[in-house]
Ligand binder design. Structure first.
Ligand code: SF4
Length: 321
């Protein structure tokens, strides 16, 4: 495997919430996450709504400052960057947000939306109109869309514009934060195919966040499964779909619908009891233990680290120690 482009170590993002008077609690949205993303790969992050996926994506790009932990980009500590290096990091790393309706300024034409970033960073793009037209064509739009406003486009077209805006910066790393979940099912497939094609063509490295397991499998070479602020399992996409090690991953994957009704009867759906714990008041030990059918005494006292099972699999569970 190539060198990691991005390495995250024990990353935490806590949001303070006031309890009473001066006392504060913290929502532990991301709570000690570590993983590597290798050059040219798409790393999927999957988990239920509210598990911290989006916060993780934003914290990795420093759109929100981390509470603790380290972020290395090409081996350099991003948190120690000076201004010049930070501006370059901002150019090289981009994000496509979930909601294309609110991520585009309604007062800007598409030309302005796309050219704004390169202009700000002083990137030489040659003829600006030609540059933007070539990007629009890359994402399946046309020259006549150039001076239209966002409200003149459908949701799928808006997301194509948002992707063109990210590509205009010639990025090395892109976070796709549920880029199709706000779109009609009929256009989701075409946007996903386009992202996949662009990733291949441009050799992009990325992080693909979704709650949809089938979508993450289609888009990613490796997948990290997140549960209440923690990554509990990381594996090669195909292997993870064949066999899940962590009890939470098993339950999550057992809920994937099978199109063949004959096979549906053969698969046993695992029902997890209870609700996920509050990210403010996490249980001591493994945060999955109140719901885990395999919980052992140690699970209630000590939190398991993410350990390597083999080159393609990491899991955080006492069952594998
Ligand atoms: Fe279950 Fe214990 Fe593994 Fe947590 S560490 S998932 S409680 S077996």
């Amino acid at each position: 495997m190539s060198e990691p482009l991005l390495s995250i170590r024990n990353l935490k993002k806590y949001f303070p919430v006031r309890r009473f008077l001066l006392a504060k609690d913290y929502v532990k949205a991301v709570d000690g996450v570590s993983f590597d993303i290798y050059e040219g790969e798409m790393f999927g992050v999957v988990g239920e709504s509210g598990c911290g996926k989006t916060t993780l994506g934003r914290t990795v790009l420093l759109l929100t400052p981390p509470t603790a932990g380290e972020i290395y980009y090409r081996g350099e500590d991003v948190l120690k960057y000076d201004n010049k290096k930070m501006i370059e990091f901002r150019r090289k790393t981009q994000i496509v947000f979930q909601d294309p309706y609110s991520s585009l300024d309604p007062r800007q034409t598409i030309f302005d939306v796309i050219i704004e970033g390169p202009r700000y960073h002083g990137i030489d793009v040659g003829d600006p109109e030609e540059f933007v037209i070539s990007l629009l064509r890359k994402v399946g739009l046309e020259e006549y869309h150039l001076y239209r406003y966002p409200h003149e486009f459908s949701g799928g077209q808006k997301q194509r514009i948002a992707i063109a805006r990210a590509l205009a910066m010639n990025p090395e790393f892109v976070v796709f934060d549920e880029p199709t979940s706000a779109l009609d099912v009929s256009v989701q497939a075409s946007i996903l195919n386009m992202i996949k094609q662009l990733q291949k063509e441009l050799g992009l490295t990325g992080m693909f966040i979704s709650h949809d397991l089938a979508v993450v499998k289609f888009m990613s070479q490796r997948i990290g499964v997140m549960y209440v602020g923690k990554i509990v399992e990381i594996g090669d996409s195909d292997e993870l779909f064949k066999e899940q090690l962590h009890p939470y991953t098993r339950a999550l994957f057992s809920s994937i619908p099978i199109p063949n009704p004959q096979k549906t009867r053969l698969r046993k759906k695992i029902i997890i009891r209870g609700e996920p714990p509050s990210p403010i008041h996490l249980p001591k030990g493994c945060r999955f233990y109140p719901r885990c059918p395999y919980a052992m005494p140690i699970c209630k006292v000590e939190e398991p680290d993410l350990i390597e099972i083999n080159a393609n699999r990491h899991v955080a569970c006492w069952l594998y120690r």
